[in-house]
Design a protein around this ligand. Structure first.
Ligand SMILES: [Zn+2]
Ligand SMILES: [Zn+2]
Length: 161
């Protein structure tokens, strides 16, 4: 479910420079100038991306613990040059990183994947949200108001007892 990456490419002219059109896994279209693509090390990026995806899957299914991570960074940090990726996905991800409720969650990771993964501080539950966002996600989806669905469920069961 954390699969993704660039799906299709097509040469075209964009604002007078040679650019290549990409579709990202979240259905955004974006252009990258040919010189940007020349400058980045695609192999390194692919490798890091693949590693982080595997790590996210393991953390999600519980076979691996999330690392501690640094303040202000996702726990699984992809650590690549963002200029060579879909700017919409990058925007969305960094918005999540900034506005999510840090009292409740830590952001585990999910840049360039279809989901962003969070872990609740209280009990370590995993919580993921689709990152397909074509419109104004900030106002629409209220990332800052997310609560942990598993904790909410636990609380309800407590009450019933
Ligand atoms: Zn995208
Ligand atoms: Zn929880």
């Amino acid at each position: 479910m954390f699969s993704g990456a660039v799906l299709s490419t097509k040469f075209s002219k964009c604002k007078g420079v040679d650019a290549i059109r990409f579709n990202c896994q979240n259905e955004h279209n974006f252009y990258l100038a040919a010189n940007v693509i020349d400058e980045v090390d695609i192999d390194v990026i692919k490798k890091r991306y693949k590693q982080s995806r595997i790590t996210l899957e393991r953390i999600h299914d519980g076979s691996e613990e999330a690392p501690e991570g640094n303040a202000g960074e996702p726990l699984v940090n992809l650590d690549v040059d963002n200029s060579c990726w879909c700017p919409h996905c990058v925007d969305y991800f960094y918005n999540c990183l900034e506005v999510h409720n840090k009292q409740v969650f830590k952001l585990v990771g999910g840049l360039f994947t279809k989901y962003v993964l969070y872990r609740c501080n209280e009990k370590g539950h995993m919580f993921h949200v689709k990152s397909i966002r074509k419109h104004k996600y900030q106002s629409q989806f209220k990332i800052q108001d997310y609560t942990c669905p598993d904790c909410t469920k636990d609380e309800r069961e407590e009450e019933r007892r």
